[in-house]
Design a protein around this ligand. Structure first.
Ligand code: 6OG
Length: 171
């Protein structure tokens, strides 16, 4: 028997170019603030997941997707929460407009290619250290255009055994 969970649907969208550039957004507020991520959010009642992905991309990056294949699905579980985040991931391969800053996100272009000639102007590499810790698990599949599905369980950090604080301070 496993405890049942409810699913809450979210979208996560990454604009990419054929020559290996990817647009990430620095989240300015709310859940995940201070991290780079794709653009997205909750699916609202009455809209399809695809419509939600397109709407959130427009709200957060000021671009309109014209080619947006679905490429993966990840469920995030958090300890102590009965709600699983059910995140639908899309790759935006064509769009109208240029990504620009909004109230929620500051878009920035990165490269997914290995560093080349150091004298050439370079885009920053994908900043995994400043992203959700699950991203480096599935990004290789995303970048290789493979479809993927996964589940990530976030645990609370281990709690130090009772009474260990004093001992740690002593050395
Ligand atoms: P709003 O709260 O902005 O929607 N999201 C995650 N993305 C990654 N890469 N890892 C996670 O690990 C995530 N948890 C949530 C889904 C939240 C946005 O953040 C994404 C949504 O695009 C826990 O409405």
């Amino acid at each position: 028997w496993l405890p049942t969970s409810t699913l809450k649907q979210y979208t996560l969208v990454f604009p990419v170019t054929e020559d290996g550039k990817i647009c990430l957004g620095m989240k300015k507020r709310g859940f995940g603030a201070g991290r780079y991520n794709g653009f997205g959010g909750k699916v609202e009642p009455g809209e399809t997941v695809f419509e939600a992905a397109k709407r959130e991309l427009h709200e957060e990056a000021n671009i309109v997707a014209t080619k947006m294949p679905h490429c993966g699905r990840i469920r995030f579980a958090f300890e102590d929460s009965p709600v699983l985040m059910d995140v639908f991931v899309y790759r935006v391969e064509a769009w109208e407009g240029d990504p620009s800053e909004t109230e929620e996100m500051l878009p920035a272009w990165h490269t997914s290619l290995p560093p080349s000639d150091p004298s050439m102007p370079q885009l920053p590499q994908i900043p995994f250290d400043d992203m959700w810790p699950d991203d480096d698990l599935w990004f290789p599949l995303f970048l290789a255009k493979k479809s993927f599905v996964g589940r990530v369980d976030f645990n609370k950090p281990p709690v130090a055994p009772e009474g260990s604080e004093g001992k740690m301070e002593d050395g």
